[in-house]
Design a protein around this ligand. Structure first.
Ligand code: ADE
Ligand code: ZN
Length: 325
């Protein structure tokens, strides 16, 4: 309880959050009604009961189904505003949010409505003291040509978009499939991140570093299987955005007591704690901190390091980070 109160009060940044993964069943139900979208579930309880996953793909199948209730700019505003209210309640002072435009444009929505609704909510939160960055992810199960077309669509909105990422089904879709589109994004001045080593092998993390040139690694769990890779990530000073409850729900770890977070810190890796898709995995950022700290019996100084890493690993400038350190 003491540890939970300490964690709750600690100022934090969240660096790995898919905004579509913050869609709670209550809002899913309400938006389905508002938009006349038919859901495969007939109650909020039935939606929650369906959230049993044995791997990443199991989850993704439900995640893409759920986002179908998002139809217009106001829906993206409401979704983002609800997430930001929960983040503020957890003492989150800065957020770097992923969105999956291809999950919406392939359903006929306008790119401008998606990015516009999210950015409007982020701007409102900024006026209340929560800073933010927006990161556009490419869906790796789709083609590189599809990612290129998505980057084309983003060009008029680059003042709202700080970086690009890579998410969705990892195994079978290595980073080098997207070498050209990430090189173009880098040339446009965008930051680069990628999910790597969540289910995929250490080789995919090497590719994220050497082919994409990532500024940060999302997950990175399986990097620990390769000592030379760990040394490289430490040498480059790259941050890992680790997601404990996600790892548990997607069976990346069998139990939280076996989570590699402490081993990451001990190896000198700049790990952070994040919620990934909190509506699906059972908790926002403080719940993730508390669950993993309890399971691993983390020391207070380890918890402080994790919170500090969330600011130093962010895309805030040193001057913007300073008030949080
Ligand atoms: N999309 C949303 N959450 C994801 C995750 N944890 N891994 C890959 N793609 C995702
Ligand atoms: Zn993720």
């Amino acid at each position: 309880a003491d540890r939970a109160a300490f964690i709750a009060a600690l100022p934090k940044a969240e660096l790995h959050l898919h905004i579509e993964g913050s869609l709670e069943p209550e809002m899913m139900f309400a938006l389905a009604q508002r938009n006349g979208v038919r859901l495969a579930f007939d109650s909020i309880e039935a939606i929650r009961a369906a959230y049993e996953f044995s791997n990443l793909q199991d989850f993704l199948d439900i995640y893409y189904q759920g986002m179908a209730v998002l139809r217009c700019e106001q829906d993206f505003y409401d979704l983002t505003a609800a997430y930001l209210a929960r983040a503020a309640a957890d003492n989150v002072r800065h957020v770097e949010i992923f969105f999956d435009p291809q999950g919406h444009t392939e359903r006929g929505l306008a790119f401008a409505d998606v990015v516009g609704g999210i950015a409007r909510a982020l701007a409102d939160a900024g006026a209340r003291g929560i800073s933010s960055r927006l990161i556009m992810c490419f869906l790796r199960h789709l083609s590189e040509a599809d990612a290129e077309a998505t980057l084309d669509q983003a060009l008029p909105h680059l003042h709202l978009i700080h970086g690009v990422g890579l998410d969705s089904s990892e195994v079978g879709h290595p980073p080098d499939k997207f070498a050209r589109v990430f090189a173009r994004a880098r040339g446009l001045g965008l930051k680069i991140v990628a999910h790597a080593g969540e289910e995929g092998p250490p080789d995919y993390v090497w590719q994220a570093l050497d082919v994409l040139g990532v500024d940060r690694i999302d997950h990175g769990n399986r990097a620990l299987e390769d000592d030379a890779l760990v040394q490289r990530i430490v040498a480059d000073g790259l941050t890992l955005t680790v997601c404990p409850l996600s790892n548990l729900k997607l069976c990346v770890v069998k139990q939280l007591a076996a989570h590699p977070l402490r081993r990451m810190l001990a190896a000198g890796l700049k790990a952070t704690v994040n919620s990934d898709d909190p509506a699906y995995f059972g908790g926002y950022v403080s719940a993730n901190f508390i669950a993993v700290a309890d399971a691993l019996d983390l020391e207070r100084d380890e918890i402080i390091t994790l919170a500090r890493n969330s600011f130093t690993g962010s895309f805030l400038s040193p001057a913007e980070q300073a008030p949080h350190l």
